[in-house]
Design a protein around this ligand. Structure first.
Ligand code: CP
Ligand code: NVA
Length: 298
């Protein structure tokens, strides 16, 4: 079963194949027929809000000849106690592929365990692989291979930070993360990546992280479902602003998965400035997800 769950469980060759598909869909050159997912149906379960993920999957699936069903978990029997396992068994009888956005990665794992159709991770509290694949596609489009590059993160060590660390193992870049001591990325993911030979630097100093960077990243200070309320006290010194960007290479790019909180994790001058690739990242969600869907259903 071609599940797209986490980057640590997918071969580099498959991720490269998905990137190739995403790029060819974007360029209008598909090696497959014009509507490779004709009559296929994607169900999307949302336990959290979404703009990009929902719309990019819906439009992408439609353009590939398929259709979608959007399920807000509050409207499902899940809220009345039906199990994820039973939900997986039932949905598998109706649809061809399921995407879920959930707070709890154990629910994603359970869905994958009991589903007989492929499952796609549309974000959990732990990782966000569709977004990082779109970001890799975006960086490569503008600056070429990530191999040997320095990717820097300043902010909360959240699901996006975790996924970028997983991506180092596949794409051969060095990652330097500046996070408050209490908001470091997941230790298991860091250990996994280091054991695979990845170069992961952790610091509390944004200048150290951003020095000579080719790509500067950040994300919201408070992720969806985050119950800690001290992030606004811990994170202001990690803001990406013009001064911090001067420590990166002159041709460095800035990326953010969005939604952004302007004036918090990033200033207007950076997100709207010439180094920012944020709108291309958002667009590429659709192209890369066409690649993910096509691989899942191949
Ligand atoms: N980046 C991202 O996943 O955006 P949404 O929350 O709008 O889907
Ligand atoms: N870290 C953010 C990403 C949103 C796309 C969150 O989980 O809310």
């Amino acid at each position: 079963m071609n599940n797209f769950i986490d980057l640590d469980h997918i071969d580099t060759s498959i991720l490269r194949h998905i990137l190739m598909l995403g790029k060819s869909f974007k360029n209008g050159i598909s090696r497959y027929c014009k509507q490779p997912l004709k009559d296929r149906i994607l169900a999307m379960i949302f336990e959290k809000p979404s703009t990009r993920t929902r719309v990019s999957f819906e439009v992408g699936m439609y353009q590939l000849g398929g259709s979608t069903i959007v399920l807000n978990h509050n409207d499902m029997q899940l809220v009345r106690g039906e199990t994820i396992a039973d939900t997986a068994r039932v949905l598998s009888r109706y649809v061809d592929v399921i995407m879920i956005r959930t707070d709890d990665r154990n629910k994603l794992a359970e869905l994958a365990k009991y589903s007989t159709v492929p499952i796609i991770n549309g974000l959990t509290n732990y990782t966000h692989p569709c977004q990082v694949m779109a970001d890799v596609m975006t960086y490569e489009e503008h600056r070429g291979s990530l191999e040997g590059k320095i990717v820097s993160w300043s902010g909360d060590g959240n699901n996006m930070a975790n996924t970028w660390i997983q991506a180092t193992v596949h794409f051969g870049f060095e990652i330097r993360l500046a996070c408050p001591i209490d908001l470091m990325p997941d230790a298991k993911i860091i250990n996994w990546a280091r054991n695979k030979g990845a170069n992961v630097l952790l610091t509390n100093d944004p200048v150290e992280a951003v020095q000579d960077a080719d790509c500067v990243l950040t994300d919201t200070w408070v992720s969806m479902g985050c119950l800690k309320n001290n992030h606004h006290d811990l994170l202001p010194s990690f803001q990406i602003n013009e001064k911090l960007m001067t420590h990166a290479k002159p041709n460095a790019v800035f990326m953010h998965c969005l939604p952004a909180h302007r004036g918090k994790e990033v200033t207007d001058s950076v997100i709207d400035g010439p180094q920012s690739l944020v709108w291309d990242e958002a667009e590429n969600r659709m192209h890369i997800q066409k690649g993910i869907l096509t691989w899942c259903l191949s």
